[in-house]
Design a protein around this ligand. Structure first.
Ligand code: 6GU
Length: 240
């Protein structure tokens, strides 16, 4: 997979040299390149923003550098991803779908956003997806781009050491949050690891974990339980 990121702060993407994505890059599974949007300006001040038509607070990113940058980095097979708080919620399903693509281009806006014509024009040439990480506001798309890249890259075939750890995680096939986990020592600061996990009874352990996952999901994310498919109560205490 190839990933290009366009930003006025390309140094944000230096974090990709660490750990997860860094390993994928070293193994040749992944090529990531960050680009400075200002390299696609032509004025002395390398201007990327201007005041909004119609008035209002803040600045809007001008279309010209964005047009040139996307022309330069996005080939015909690219999916252009625009992180924005007004985007569609980004989910694990999106990460799974994007992990099948050849080329992702992340267009990181700052200020009050990118001139809408950039998205409208890009949509005539590429698949464009405006995505949000959740109901909060970041100053720019860079941190969101890092999150999207990590969510996608860890799904690339041959990347994770143990594919089972991809199956058994929060928002996995059963659509539930992850159950609580424990390791040694068995007693720490007077707190014991639940007895069932040390029992060796794999059926009881599976039921306990499913119950805790359901409990935690009901408490923290009741919205996940309202989806009619997934997370069937198989193995739970109420099951016959
Ligand atoms: Cl994707 N971008 C920005 N700027 N803010 C956000 C976000 C994205 N997701 C949540 N807040």
């Amino acid at each position: 997979m190839r990933i290009d990121v366009v930003s006025i702060f390309p140094a944000y993407l230096d974090a990709l040299d660490l750990s997860l994505a860094g390993r994928a890059r070293a193994s040749g599974l992944l090529q990531v390149q960050a680009h400075d949007l200002r390299d696609f300006t032509h004025d002395r001040h390398r201007t990327v923003d201007d005041t909004p038509y119609g008035g209002g607070a803040g600045m809007v990113m001008r279309p010209e550098p964005w047009g040139e940058a996307l022309d330069a980095v996005a080939g015909d097979d690219a999916v252009v991803i625009v992180p924005t708080p007004s985007g569609r919620p980004f989910t694990q399903r999106d990460a799974e779908r994007l992990a099948l693509e050849q080329h992702l281009v992340l267009a990181c806006g700052r200020y009050e956003g990118i001139d809408q014509r950039v998205i409208d024009h890009a949509s005539t040439r590429w698949r464009v997806e405006e995505i949000s990480l959740g109901d909060f506001v970041l100053n720019g798309g860079e941190v969101a781009a890092l999150a999207v890249i990590e969510a996608v890259v860890r799904l690339l075939p041959g990347f994770m050491g143990n594919p089972r750890s991809l199956q058994e995680e929060s928002h996995g096939p059963d659509g539930l949050l992850e159950y609580p986990v424990y390791t040694k020592p068995a007693v720490w600061r007077g707190l014991e690891v639940p007895e069932v996990l040390r029992s060796g009874d794999h059926g009881a352990i599976a039921r306990w974990r499913h119950d805790r996952a359901l409990e935690r999901t009901a408490e923290r994310r009741p919205d996940l339980l309202e989806r009619p498919d997934d997370h069937a109560d198989g193995g739970g205490p109420e099951a016959p």
